[in-house]
Ligand binder design. Structure first.
Ligand code: LLP
Length: 421
């Protein structure tokens, strides 16, 4: 359910109109709904409640400190992939005992920081990483709890750029090499083997690849246990898709995902860790933008927004669809037009939607780009010296700016002209 709906012809975020936020904060701006995040978290938590579980929210989806604090209050742990994300998760009050660390290229500095913080688990992705971790933990007098990230060779994910579970992808240890990797880990100092880990892709919209990968992992767990390893944890990653469009087939609801996993893993005495990102925050956020111009061409009409690909790169990078609606609802039967909805950046890829039908748009009209809560603000940049887009969190009829819009001076201040120029 979206908490971004029309009331009296005005698009609201919970109980505040988006036009009010646009007036007070300016545009473009990300806007998140507290109620939606809470709801999604509770739905997911309920779906997996039949299993011994931990939700380690995937921080990369939306790492704003306010969002992390909200999730911490709800009881979430965190899946982090950098020292930066680790620092954020800890600063937001997420207990280190609920933090897992993923990623193919953890630096020694990052391993040291995570050992210092005493995190729950390292999801180790290669033998060189294992050896580095063992040496560093040993030197620090600590023990690193590890799971290998297993690459099960299963194709899944909404786009080839976000599919991670095939043998040729850079992620994890190929499943056929896993028994030898565990055997090696068992010989190393300062390493405690606790489980296996898997993450096969993102925006996965059917259960079949999940079930296939899950079963491959279970076969591996049986082998590893037979080989004498104490496998207690199965971290099954994230990846559950969300609806991006009113018209699209809905990906399986968390409830079905949970039921399938409960069925397949029952009687195995495993603690299941989940790393959901998109399914918690994706539909809890929108990008609010203003129409700068409407341009009529000879073959296309363009709505030119003040938001651009540097603010939301998903359409340019993954050809992803985001529903777009005007903030002010037009009267029934108002004339519609077909537009390309674009940003001001000088690249054809700076396009949010092509050949999109909307009630006729005029200069100054506010537009909402939906489903932008995950992988939106976190992937924004300052291309064209466009200041980072601010973020706003709404709760009922109040809101707070949770990331400021930097000024141009702020941007210039971080740069330095050498004396010798
Ligand atoms: N765990 C690991 C190890 C991951 O790499 C990811 C996402 C997740 C969990 C969370 O996956 P989710 O539940 O959000 O699907 N920027 C792309 C998505 C990249 C996903 C990367 N990994 C996009 O905008 O679609």
């Amino acid at each position: 359910m979206r908490h971004f709906t029309y009331q009296d012809g005005q698009m609201m975020a919970e109980n505040i109109s988006l036009s009010t936020i646009a007036e007070q904060v300016g545009t473009p701006t990300y806007i998140y709904s507290t109620a939606t995040i809470k709801r999604h978290y509770h739905v997911f938590a309920k779906a997996i409640s039949g299993m011994d579980n931990l939700i380690a929210y995937s921080v990369k989806a939306n790492s704003n400190l306010a969002i992390l604090s909200l999730l911490a209050k709800l009881g979430a742990g965190a899946d982090v992939v950098s020292i930066g994300e680790l620092t954020r998760a800890l600063a937001a009050g997420i207990s280190p005992g609920k933090i897992v660390f993923s990623g193919v290229g953890k630096t020694h500095e990052e391993l040291r920081a995570a050992l210092n913080a005493n995190i729950l688990q390292f999801n180790v992705e290669s033998l060189p990483e294992l050896h580095a971790l063992s040496a560093i933990a040993n030197e620090m007098g600590k023990v690193a709890r590890i799971a290998f990230r297993i690459n099960p060779d299963v194709r899944a994910g909404g786009h080839e750029k976000i599919s991670t579970g095939q043998a040729e992808n850079k992620f994890g240890i190929n499943i056929d090499l896993a028994p030898a990797a565990y055997a090696e880990a068992a010989t190393l100092p300062a390493i405690e083997i606790v489980g296996i880990d898997m993450h096969i892709g993102s925006q996965i919209d059917t259960l079949a690849p999940f079930e296939q990968a899950l079963n491959k992992g279970i076969e591996l767990i049986k082998t590893l246990r037979a080989n004498g390893h104490d496998i207690r944890i199965y971290d099954f990653g994230g990846g559950l898709g969300i609806p991006y469009s009113h018209d699209e087939n809905t990906p399986p609801l968390p409830e079905l995902y949970g039921k399938m996993i409960e069925r397949v893993t029952k009687d195995l005495d495993l603690k299941m860790i989940f790393e959901p990102g998109r399914v918690i925050v994706g539909n809890a956020g929108v990008l609010l933008a203003k129409t700068i111009y409407v341009k009529k061409g000879s073959v296309r009409n363009f709505v030119i927004l003040d938001a651009a690909m540097n603010d939301l790169i998903r359409p340019a990078l993954y050809a992803s669809h985001h529903d777009i609606e005007p903030v002010t609802l037009h009267a029934n039967g108002a004339p519609t037009q077909t537009y390309d909805i674009v940003g001001p950046i000088c690249e054809s890829s700076d396009t949010f939607a092509k050949q999109y039908d909307l009630p006729e748009v005029s200069t100054g009209d506010l537009m909402v780009i939906h489903s932008a809560g995950a992988y939106g603000a976190v992937q924004s940049g300052q291309y064209n010296t466009r200041p980072l887009v601010p973020e706003v969190l709404v709760s009922d009829d109040k809101y707070e700016i949770i990331r400021n819009r930097p000024s141009i001076e702020d941007i210039l201040k971080s740069e330095n002209i050498p004396d010798w120029i």
